[in-house]
Design a protein around this ligand. Structure first.
Ligand SMILES: C[S@@+](CC[C@H](N)C(=O)[O-])C[C@H]1O[C@@H](n2cnc3c(N)ncnc32)[C@H](O)[C@@H]1O
Length: 259
């Protein structure tokens, strides 16, 4: 059984995943979880993968309060969200710290696929001397939460949320950004947009999926092919694992320095 908990204080929601073929009844598991964690108010059963273009995870409500909106706390900042309506992974808090540690004073940052805003919030909190973060999201529900999270964390002077499709919203942003963050495994389809928006010398941080057998090699080959086609020079500056994506595959972070 795998379990994540989102929320804070006395309002937490448990996201429980049963192993394939498990004989356990989710209702019994939920009762145990609530009995053992006094701050858990609801239990959702989580199923593998994400669905649709908003990349939400599939959950089944199992027990407790049917209102599953929470105020999640990580590394001293707060994120309001409902896991049933938007994508959010508490497991990626360490990657958010790493990505944020790369931001320098004065940087202009573009966060594509921003969701409820965990990356913009984490970056603005860890580097308050940055110049601006532009955060783009097209799920209206996630966008509403992102605006709320910008307000709650008092970073409205640093973050500009833009609602819409990255390919359209970022069409006229050539050469404007020092850092571009692409936190979605399908993000590589938009690498041409990122390469265009990035200043020379700027850094693109993109999530990809890599085969365990050819770890990073497959990503390097894809980056090379795409950058050659775009006629752009670059260096792959860093590669790291984000988490297990599926049996045999890692979700990874590839950091590309544009020349
Ligand atoms: C996997 S989620 C990641 C959200 C956030 N970065 C996080 O880590 O919590 C991807 C997000 O990108 C949004 N999205 C997908 N395609 C998009 C596009 N073409 N333009 C803007 N947003 C998009 C989805 O609605 C979803 O909220």
């Amino acid at each position: 059984m795998g379990m994540d908990i989102v929320g804070s204080g006395d309002r937490m929601v448990a996201l429980v995943e049963l192993e394939e073929g498990s004989e356990k009844k989710i209702e019994d598991v939920a009762k145990e979880v609530i009995a053992e964690n006094k701050n858990v108010v609801s239990v959702l059963q989580k199923f593998p993968g994400t669905k649709g273009s908003y990349r939400t995870k599939t959950y089944k409500f199992v027990a407790g309060d049917s209102n599953t909106e929470v105020l999640h706390k990580e590394y001293g900042y707060l994120l309001r969200l409902d896991p049933q309506k938007v994508y959010f992974s508490p497991r990626e808090s360490t990657v958010r710290q790493h990505v944020s540690s790369r931001v320098r004073p004065g940087d202009r940052v573009l966060v594509m696929f921003a969701g409820v805003g965990p990356y913009p919030v984490c970056m603005a909190k860890s580097q308050p001397l940055l110049s601006e973060i532009v955060a783009v999201e097209f799920n209206p529900e996630a966008f509403r939460y992102m605006k709320d999270n910008i307000r709650i964390n008092k970073i409205a002077h640093l973050v500009t949320p833009l609602m819409g499709d990255v390919r359209i919203v970022c069409a006229n942003m050539s050469g404007q950004f020092d850092k571009i963050v692409m936190p979605m495994v399908e993000a590589f389809d938009f690498i041409d947009v990122a390469a265009d928006c990035c200043k020379s010398g700027g850094l693109i941080q993109v999530y990809m999926v890599s085969d365990k057998e050819r770890l990073y090699e497959d990503c390097r080959a894809a980056v090379k092919e795409k950058m050659n086609a775009l006629g752009r020079e670059y260096d792959v500056e860093a590669e790291s694992k984000v988490g297990l994506y599926s049996p045999g595959k890692w979700k990874v972070l590839i950091e590309i320095r544009m020349k």
